[in-house]
Design a protein around this ligand. Sequence first.
Ligand code: PGA
Length: 249
Amino acid sequence: MRTNIVAGNWKMNTTVEEGVKLVSEIVEKSKDLSNVKLIVAPPFTHIFSVGEKIRGTATGLSAQNCASEAKGAFTGEVSSEMLASLNVEYVIIGHSERREYYKESDEILLKKIKLALASGISPIFCAGENLAEREANRHFEVVKKQIEEVVFKINETDFEKIIIAYEPVWAIGTGKTATAEQAQEIHAYIRKVLSAKFGEKAENTSILYGGSCKPGNAKEIFSKPDVDGGLIGGASLNADEFIAIAKSF
Ligand code: PGA
């Protein structure tokens, strides 16, 4: 059985104090949630304090990134081992903002994924096409290649720990969402691509939708059989909206 997941990607938002307040509200308001796993991904600077607030609760702790090297002279980087030492359980890898603004290549993403897995951290691997690719009807091919270049290069046991997030770049932070039908179409395709390599294990992979997911559209998107939840940016910064999205299951 695959798990329904709603993960909040806070991006570069909130001070530590604001982040602690936000997560406290999320914990308080999510007490009666049972059919969905909540995950929060605060900035690195908040991980310790946010981790303290969610310790012993059902909410999972994610980082937004990790280094592509294990340790050493890499000023400003944060390794997967460091994150594991703060009880981080998940890490977002390959977000389109990292691919675009920080030029993270498939090779770098593969190194990050392998290091995260070696540290016992589950990657939330993001894939998705940009507007020009969607308009040229190339979205299937683009997403397939992103998955082949990274996810296909890990072993079957590690594959079981991966969460996929389909995030069409044209929908991120734009207020435009994929329709529920568009989401289902490509999620089913992603599962087919994964099952060609990993067989039945792909049935258990949670595939999340990301891109302007809000309380008003989550129910319809999550009702689709191959949509197992969401990776939420903007709406995850408000506890009521984030919980309303989670309650859409
Ligand atoms: P958004 O971001 O919900 O603000 O569109 C989603 C994401 O980038 O993960």
